[in-house]
Design a binder for this molecule. Structure first.
Ligand SMILES: *[C@@H]1O[C@H](CO)[C@@H](O)[C@H](O)[C@H]1NC(C)=O
Ligand SMILES: *[C@@H]1O[C@H](CO)[C@@H](O)[C@H](O)[C@H]1NC(C)=O
Ligand SMILES: *[C@@H]1O[C@H](CO)[C@@H](O)[C@H](O)[C@H]1NC(C)=O
Ligand SMILES: *[C@@H]1O[C@H](CO)[C@@H](O)[C@H](O)[C@H]1NC(C)=O
Ligand SMILES: *[C@@H]1O[C@H](CO)[C@@H](O)[C@H](O)[C@H]1NC(C)=O
Ligand SMILES: *[C@@H]1O[C@H](CO)[C@@H](O)[C@H](O)[C@H]1NC(C)=O
Length: 417
């Protein structure tokens, strides 16, 4: 069906009125009227106003359901769990930043015979013009927080103000220490006694954009912005056990923290978890080298929507791996040592008893003198049947023990072992 121009839209309007009529006849309540949305920047919330629909009977009591969709377009594409009921004609919804939003509202029968809830009507609200985007804070030490953002367009007069809690009577404080990139302000380092755990902080960034003063507002829940810096682990031996401990900054209540240990012993990976206590004990296998890393986890029990994990620490080491080839290696070392010792003993013994083992050979000079002596006077004698050559008498060892006395052997032996 083609409905050209003006005529078509009139026809469509008639059809929709007719359908509405049918709906009310079939028992549906009319939806709320004149729905309007606005940002309340003094307390950072969304204001929703509407009117009671005309045509409710005097004996028909209704209330309303307000659904908040964090979507850029109306009608929304997905469901929301953010639904509220009220019997008044306005509603205020706290937000953490001014963002694209779509609100849906329905009339519900409270005390109204045979009537069913109306269809949902929607309204969309754009955020104010943005000076910055990606506004984000990290609370990483006691009373200390860094907030950073991305500048949308260079704004030389950009300033950041903050106050604790939403309370619009509290005065706004100046950022005292900007984080800059070139000549642009891209963040603020905050150190303030008021910045304590589980508090909300309200921020305003203002500046001139396109000849217009712009304000951007943000709310930060400190307990959801926790950042735990990379911890350190220590390992100590206590008797038969090893004690792993995590050293981390203690600006978060201890009941909010969990600790995880990733460790390997003899290259076998294990994991231990500790609740609240920053330390664990494990059995110590002395033949193993332990490699331990720790991690701190901020549990979601303390305000955060989800757990926040620190980076995993650098590894710490304890002990040394036992060697499966140890007996072989010992043999490889001991055998040469023993051979060497035996050699030394042998040499010493040999030197002691050298005379016995290798007896002195008679000096040849003596031998020849003997010979000559015998010739000078002996030639005639020999010729004349004189004396025969009598060799020098050999010295014969007597009473020699080849086996060394044990008393002698002992000191040498000990020095070898
Ligand atoms: C809604 O607004 C229109 C015009 O702004 C007005 O005529 C109408 O009466 C309003 N509806 C209710 C229920 O107040
Ligand atoms: C949204 O949720 C309601 C109840 O929680 C359910 O009846 C409805 O079908 C859901 N709609 C969509 C589009 O998922
Ligand atoms: C709205 O009406 C329903 C149905 O009678 C009731 O259960 C609910 O408590 C009411 N809510 C408010 C806020 O009045
Ligand atoms: C916070 O900002 C200060 C100052 O610029 C910087 O020294 C520090 O490293 C920052 N810390 C974190 C966790 O971002
Ligand atoms: C930003 O707000 C502060 C405090 O409200 C004000 O003093 C300052 O003039 C504002 N900056 C601009 C550019 O308007
Ligand atoms: C934080 O600092 C304040 C003052 O410097 C001190 O009173 C408080 O005990 C500190 N909190 C922690 C958890 O260290």
């Amino acid at each position: 069906m083609v409905l050209p121009g003006w005529g078509g839209s009139v026809l469509l309007m008639c059809m929709s009125f007719a359908l509405d009529g049918l709906a009310s006849l079939s028992g549906d309540l009319p939806p709320p009227e004149n729905l309007s949305l606005s940002w309340d920047s003094s307390v950072l919330s969304l204001r929703v106003n509407w009117r009671e629909p005309v045509g409710l009977g005097t004996d028909c009591k209704v209330n309303y359901t307000i659904a908040i969709y964090n979507e850029q377009k109306c009608p929304p594409r997905s469901n929301t769990s953010e639904k509220h009921r009220t019997d008044r004609l306005n509603f205020e919804h706290s937000i953490s930043k001014e963002d694209e939003i779509c609100v849906g509202i329905t009339t519900n029968p409270m005390d109204c015979e045979n009537k069913k809830a109306s269809k949902e009507v929607y309204k969309h609200l754009s955020p104010p013009r943005a000076l910055v985007k990606n506004f984000n804070c990290v609370y990483y030490a006691n009373e200390t927080m860094n907030c950073t953002w991305t500048v949308v367009k260079s704004t030389p007069d950009l300033q950041l103000f903050y106050r604790e809690e939403q309370n619009n009577k509290a005065i706004l404080k100046h950022c005292m220490s900007y984080i800059t990139y070139g000549n642009m302000k891209t963040g603020c380092h905050l150190h303030d006694k008021g910045l304590t755990f589980q508090k909300n902080v309200y921020f305003v960034i203002n500046g001139t954009g396109e000849n217009q003063l712009i304000n951007n507002r943000f709310m930060v829940d400190i307990s959801e912005s926790v950042k735990i810096l990379k911890p350190k682990v220590s390992i100590t031996q206590e008797g038969e056990r090893l004690h792993f401990q995590t050293i981390t900054s203690n600006f978060i209540p201890s009941h909010c923290l969990k600790y995880k240990y990733f460790y390997s012993r003899c290259k076998k990976e294990s994991e231990e978890e500790a609740q609240e206590m920053s330390s664990v004990y494990v059995e110590y296998d002395t033949g193993c080298r332990y490699t331990v890393r720790g991690q701190v986890i901020y549990s979601s029990l303390c305000g955060g929507k989800q757990e926040i994990e620190s980076d995993i620490s650098e590894p710490e080491y304890f002990g040394e791996d036992g060697d499966p080839n140890l007996p072989f290696k010992v043999a490889m070392i001991i055998t040469p040592v023993m051979v060497c010792c035996s050699l030394i003993v042998a040499i010493v013994l040999f030197r002691r008893n050298k005379d016995i083992i290798l007896p002195k050979i008679p000096e040849p000079s003596m031998f020849f003198k003997d010979m000559l002596n015998s010739t000078t006077d002996g030639l005639s004698k020999s010729l004349g049947g004189g004396k025969l050559y009598v060799p020098v008498k050999e010295i014969v060892a007597s009473g020699v023990n080849v086996e060394p006395k044990s008393a002698l052997l002992h000191p040498n032996h000990e020095s070898c072992i």
